[in-house]
Write a protein that binds this ligand. Structure first.
Ligand SMILES: [Zn+2]
Ligand SMILES: [Zn+2]
Length: 281
């Protein structure tokens, strides 16, 4: 089976666009793209910070600027479509209980946990760039993977999104001097302890780094630790649904992964991966 769970129905930019993109016509476009790519399980996972309710978790200026939509209207809309209902929820240190309350009050099929920030600065957002004025790559990577470990260990999430997002800019930002496996280690330990599924995301192929998330070394460490994998494109447009799945499939085969995690109402099961992919993928 193929899934595409970590998926957005709209671009990240553009302000209040809920009514424009959360329409049955737009969902149809995503479903058609999924059909062409041979994806049976399609789900949506909007960013938590697009919802007013997220301001209970954090009041970062970027969140305040973006928190315009209603989370319950989103859940209601998605439940009336064939899509699985997910959410991409940032791990906010110190807000674990409020995060649990927000998530448990809704009937999500799965929750994708992500780390986009190291402290107040973002690893993937130019407006809040962690690299501005600083730039000790070893320190940034250490802090990023420590946050990822905390995210996994929190037990709040079903899937750990784009696990090495810190590499998103590739050579356009400083790279650590130490072997990255040194930084992966605490995160992989936490992944093993928590049982969270690790996302293989093709989104990195569309970013300056030009690689899948996570790196082969990180993925191999996860396999050794017995972690299950989930598969997603992190699409923000219908044309990105199932993007790069041929590469993903090859990657998973190379590290000996033959099954992926499938979710319904936050219950996980493992399903075998198909041998081939749909057209143009
Ligand atoms: Zn993300
Ligand atoms: Zn995303």
């Amino acid at each position: 089976m193929f899934t595409d769970y970590h998926l957005h129905l709209r671009p990240d930019e553009g302000g209040t666009t809920f009514e424009r993109y959360f329409t049955s016509e737009n969902v149809e476009r995503y479903l058609a793209a999924a059909g062409a790519a041979g994806i049976e399980e399609l789900g949506v996972s909007e960013h938590v910070y697009r919802f007013r309710q997220a301001l209970d978790l954090w009041s970062h200026p970027l969140w305040v600027e973006n928190a315009t939509d209603d989370l319950d209207a989103y859940c209601e809309f998605v439940r009336a479509t064939p899509l699985r209902l997910g959410i991409e929820c940032d791990f906010v240190p110190g807000a674990e209980e409020r995060t649990a309350a927000l998530l448990e009050a809704r009937d999500f099929d799965y929750v994708v946990g992500s780390v986009h920030f190291v402290g107040e600065a973002a690893v993937d957002h130019e407006g809040w760039d962690v690299w501005e004025g600083r730039g000790d790559a070893d320190e940034v990577w250490r802090r990023y993977f420590e946050a990822l470990a905390e995210c996994a260990r929190s037990g709040l999430f079903d899937i750990l999104a784009h696990p090495d997002l810190v590499k998103v800019w590739g050579r356009a930002r400083p790279l650590p001097e130490r072997d990255p496996r040194h930084y992966y280690e605490p995160a992989v330990e936490a992944i093993a302890a928590s049982g969270v599924a690790v996302e293989l995301s093709t989104a990195g192929l569309r970013k300056p780094v030009g690689e899948l998330y996570p790196s082969p070394a990180f993925a191999e460490m996860c396999v050794e630790a017995g972690a299950p994998f989930a598969l997603s494109s992190d699409a923000h447009l219908p044309a990105q649904v199932g993007f790069g799945y041929d590469r993903a499939l090859e990657f998973l085969a190379d590290i000996g992964v033959e099954e992926i995690a499938v979710f319904a109402r936050r219950q996980r099961r493992l399903e075998p991966l198909p041998a081939g992919v749909g057209e143009n993928r």
